[in-house]
Design a binder for this molecule. Structure first.
Ligand code: SF4
Length: 427
């Protein structure tokens, strides 16, 4: 259990002092902010919570050491503790490969070094609130954060892969009308440790469950999950600094060691951030598209009023994609809204010239929205149309619907915790 976080300890080590990131706190939403409407609504509900910045300390002023990337950890060990640079790698491995819970476990460090670490830093873990398992094997983890907020991660087993769907923010400012997370508004960004701890802790849980039923450890037992997707709560590029810091602990050879080919970040299309994202990290990009013309997209995704489809597709075309890489375009299908062959034809024209693969996602109906799932026949016809024209196009199978873990359903638990009335869909 973490100690409470405070706003103003007497002395704190600032890992970003003097860097371009200093003061780059959970930035306000972009100009023409699509989330403003939601945040207003949230304030009227008496929320009015502040976003969390990039500095994570407990009430004694100790830093959350897992929120540092490798370079930050080196600076901390050298500048703050007066240790040799190579000690940072030892600590890094203990944190992200051996899942150490205390500095005392780090037995290849001298006792005085461990004591200094204990005084200046703490090791954070997420607190598990609830874990629900679906009939299809999907598991939803509800995490309770140190300030009482909750976020979710969803583990989806498939034949040859084990995919974790991760969250990047508490709530979301983007207000997509079909998504329950959007109803929450943005409460705050997740810190790098709150992001990178999700695969670490779900992986530990998976290994423990396998052992409990006598199954052998999977290869690389500290990392049994095969794929990570940032498609849970939040808009990852709206929290790009913390996202990139967390990716260091996810991708680094001596940390969780995921291949960048197995990690995908999904965005609604914050155009200026897309280029920055591609420059800062090699992981895969997915665009939550959902419409093939601006009028349609405006109605369900307020972000489109700021950066329309032309601007978004242009930004995608400009990306320097390595050979063999494609951008995934997610297309949630709503009955009678965007599921006709005319829509398929427009989508085909829109994505011509983009190295794209399309992922069709039939909408998951829920009691909070008056939106219908398309007929299976219409989904198949839509896919066949694109296939016939050489587009790489798959249909995502719905998973975890009985535990509200399917696409667009995350945040329902949070709504129930808050006793908030979800907004009525307008799309
Ligand atoms: S779909 Fe994604 S970006 Fe849109 S409101 Fe939901 S979580 Fe936010």
């Amino acid at each position: 259990m973490l100690a409470a976080f405070t706003d103003a300890p007497a002395k704190r080590w600032d890992p970003w002092a003097g860097s371009a990131w200093n003061g780059a706190i959970a930035e306000a939403a972009p100009p023409g902010d699509p989330g403003a409407r939601v945040r207003d609504a949230q304030d009227k509900r008496g929320g009015g919570e502040v976003l969390m910045d990039r500095i994570w300390h407990d009430e004694s002023g100790r830093i959350d050491i897992k929120s540092l990337d490798r370079a930050g950890l080196e600076r901390f060990m050298v500048d703050e503790l007066g240790e040799k640079r190579f000690r940072a790698l030892q600590v890094w491995k203990w944190l992200w490969q051996r899942s150490a819970r205390s500095f005392d476990e780090m037995t290849d460090l001298a006792k005085p070094t461990r004591a200094k670490l204990e005084q200046a830093a703490f090791i954070s873990f997420l607190e598990l609130d609830t874990c629900l398992e679906s009939l299809d094997g999907t598991r939803k983890y509800l995490w309770r954060l140190h300030d009482g907020h909750r976020v979710e991660s969803v583990l989806i087993p498939d034949e040859d892969r084990l995919t974790l769907c991760m969250s990047s923010q508490v709530g979301c400012a983007m207000a997509c009308t079909f998504c329950l997370t959007g109803d929450l508004g943005l409460k705050r960004n997740l810190s790098p440790s709150e992001i990178a701890n999700q695969p670490l802790q779900v992986g530990l849980d998976e290994v423990a469950r396998r052992r409990a039923i006598g199954l052998p450890d999977p290869p690389g037992a500290y990392r049994p999950i095969t794929n990570l997707v940032f498609m849970g709560m939040g808009e990852p590029l709206h929290n790009i600094d913390n996202l990139c810091t967390s990716l260091d602990a996810i991708l680094h050879d001596h940390a969780q060691n995921y291949s960048h080919r197995k990690v995908t970040v999904s965005t609604v299309g914050l155009v200026p951030k897309i280029e920055e994202f591609a420059a800062r990290t090699p992981v895969n990009l997915a665009i939550s598209l959902n419409s093939s013309n601006n009028a349609q997209r405006d109605a369900i995704m307020p972000v489109n009023k700021r950066w329309d489809l032309e601007a978004l597709i242009e930004a995608c075309k400009r990306l320097p994609l390595p050979n063999g890489k494609r951008i995934t375009f997610e297309y949630v299908m709503f009955r009678g809204f965007n599921d006709t062959l005319d829509d398929a034809a427009r989508l085909f024209r829109l994505l011509k010239g983009v190295r794209a693969k399309i992922n069709l996602i039939p909408y998951n109906e829920n009691p909070h929205r008056d939106i219908r799932r398309p007929d299976d026949a219409d989904v198949k016809a839509f896919q066949a149309y694109l296939f016939a024209r050489g587009m790489n196009c798959t249909v995502r199978t719905t998973r975890g619907i009985d535990i509200s873990a399917a696409c667009g359903q995350l945040g329902k638990a949070r709504l129930q915790v808050d006793g908030l009335e979800p907004m009525v869909a307008t799309g």
